[in-house]
Design a protein around this ligand. Structure first.
Ligand SMILES: Cc1cc2nc3c(=O)[nH]c(=O)nc-3n(C[C@H](O)[C@H](O)[C@H](O)COP(=O)(O)O)c2cc1C
Length: 177
């Protein structure tokens, strides 16, 4: 089974990308997490561009989401919401509504920020946006506040991943110890 990790941050040393890398190590044998790293190449959404062939990065994103059993999105908080580049990618993914690869796709939302609250507002926004686009957002949350000083997230991250795993076709018994 496969999970696609998408980080809402483009930053090289992003805490959110690190969260995805940490999740990679916690998943049990048989469940792979692949981090998609082409977010910066996704052009601004333009309805006029829907008439022609999809831009390469958009096609890649659609294919990547279609190919997995679930997605895990880690978002920073930018001005109390999600970064524009992440919203833009979801806008592309949501169209056309009839064929969006997000339809019914289990989705885990987590987030890290350097502020006290761990991107909770951004996560709430992202859950709303993904659910509107058709994804099945799972009831789990991981808000990593003060990201600069947080290193051991194993237990909290593990609990959030457990909830996502229950949505996969075959339930795996346990995360990697
Ligand atoms: C444009 C911008 C807006 C930000 N707004 C918030 C905010 O509203 N709340 C917050 O907790 N942190 C905010 N931050 C700080 C981010 O949480 C911090 O930069 C974080 O490390 C970004 O995630 P990353 O490490 O994955 O890149 C903001 C950062 C930027 C660049």
């Amino acid at each position: 089974m496969r999970v696609l990790g998408i980080s809402g941050s483009l930053r090289r040393d992003s805490y959110n990308t690190k969260l995805l890398r940490a999740a990679e190590e916690l998943l049990p044998p048989g469940v792979e997490l692949e981090v998609w790293d082409e977010l910066k190449a996704v052009p601004p959404f333009d309805e006029d561009d829907e008439l022609g062939p999809a831009p390469a990065a958009v096609a890649s994103l659609r294919d990547a989401v279609a190919a997995v059993d679930a997605i895990m999105v880690a978002t920073p908080e930018y001005n109390a919401s999600i970064p524009g580049q992440l919203k833009n990618a979801v806008d592309w993914l949501s169209r056309p509504a009839a064929t969006t690869p997000l339809r019914n796709k289990p989705a885990l939302v987590v987030g890290a920020s350097t502020g006290a609250f761990g991107a909770v507002w951004a996560q709430a926004e992202l859950r709303k946006v993904l659910a509107t686009a058709g994804a099945r957002v799972v009831e789990a949350e991981l808000a990593v506040g003060h990201a600069l000083t947080r290193f051991d997230l194993r237990d909290e991250l593990g609990e959030a991943l457990e909830v996502l795993l229950t949505e996969l076709p075959v339930r795996r018994v346990a995360l990697v110890a």
